[in-house]
Design a protein around this ligand. Structure first.
Ligand SMILES: [Zn+2]
Length: 294
């Protein structure tokens, strides 16, 4: 695991084993706030060990989950005395989607067996939530939907450091059945309006002030290109033929991103966006059916 000090109060932890997923801690006078819990119990335990060694007098007061996915929320149990904070839908989704997957993981991987899922104790819905970690250290949480409906951003106000969860990743990540294309573009545009010294994506390399606007724009451009490609594919009998000739580089992003995962993520994005469109069309035609006949 990579570790880096980003400012007086903020440290970054990045997985070297799973898709460059990022987590962080914010160290205040009254306690520590953990942002996301990485992908493997041993990585979450390494964060806890670091906090205990470096700041033995400080309790971990909060664990914030930027969304419900395993690599961001499954390690909550490693901090049993902390309040877990997340979007209201994170709690719901951990119950409806997370529990079954967690049980499967426990069967397959022994390292999960001593842990359990911990559901958020404090939630926000719309608007924002502000947590105080000291007289001049505040962390603001606010919705950043798109990758999933329950995405939130974590902004360390005084240091102007933003953890975006998967609303911003080195290459955008669309998920079948749960991503919302327009919401994701909107969240990226929102991020571009925030004063930022360091931007920490859910996955991938951190971005410094001077590069933030360009990187966000490249993400938005990528998404527009993705949409065009999917539109073209949807008109064909075999959409896969269009996908097979489309590469992440055609949409302006480098294939070496995320340790070479970019191309396979690109293909997954194409399929997810097409699938989500089909689902929406299906819903729409059901509505029309109702209007006509009932
Ligand atoms: Zn995710």
């Amino acid at each position: 695991m990579l570790r880096e000090r980003l400012s007086d109060a903020v440290y970054l932890f990045q997985s070297e084993t799973y898709a460059q997923v990022n987590a962080g801690i914010v160290v205040g006078q009254t306690g520590v706030l953990v942002i996301d819990t990485l992908a493997l119990p041993e990585e979450t335990l390494a964060i806890r060990r670091f906090v205990r060694e470096m700041f033995p007098q400080l309790p971990v007061r909060y664990v914030v989950n930027t969304h419900y996915h395993a690599d961001h929320a499954w390690g909550n149990a490693v901090f049993p005395d902390a309040f877990v904070v997340a979007h209201r839908q994170t709690r719901e989704r951990l119950r409806t989607h997370g529990q079954a997957l967690f049980a499967q993981a426990q069967q397959r991987y022994p390292e999960w067996r001593r842990w359990r899922l911990i559901f958020p104790h404090i939630t926000l819905d719309s608007g924002m939530l502000r947590l105080k970690l000291g007289p001049r250290l505040h962390v603001r949480l606010f919705p950043l939907p798109g990758h999933t409906p329950d995405g939130i951003g974590v902004y360390v106000e005084e240091e102007r450091i933003l953890f975006t969860g998967d609303a911003f990743t080195t290459i955008p990540a669309l998920m079948a059945d749960e991503s919302d294309f327009d919401a994701l573009v909107h969240s990226l545009q929102h991020i571009a309006t925030i004063p930022i010294e360091v931007l920490i994506p859910g996955h991938g390399d951190i971005v410094f002030r001077g590069e933030v606007k360009d990187v966000i724009q490249a993400n938005v451009d990528y998404l527009q290109c993705l949409r065009k490609t999917v539109r073209r594919a949807a008109r064909r009998k075999y959409p896969g033929d269009v996908f097979a000739t489309s590469s992440v580089e055609d949409c302006g992003l480098d294939r070496v991103l995320l340790g070479g995962l970019a191309e396979s993520l690109h293909q997954r994005n194409l399929e997810a966006l097409l699938w989500n469109w089909y689902q929406r069309e299906a819903l729409r035609s059901e509505d029309e059916f109702e209007d006509e006949y009932f």
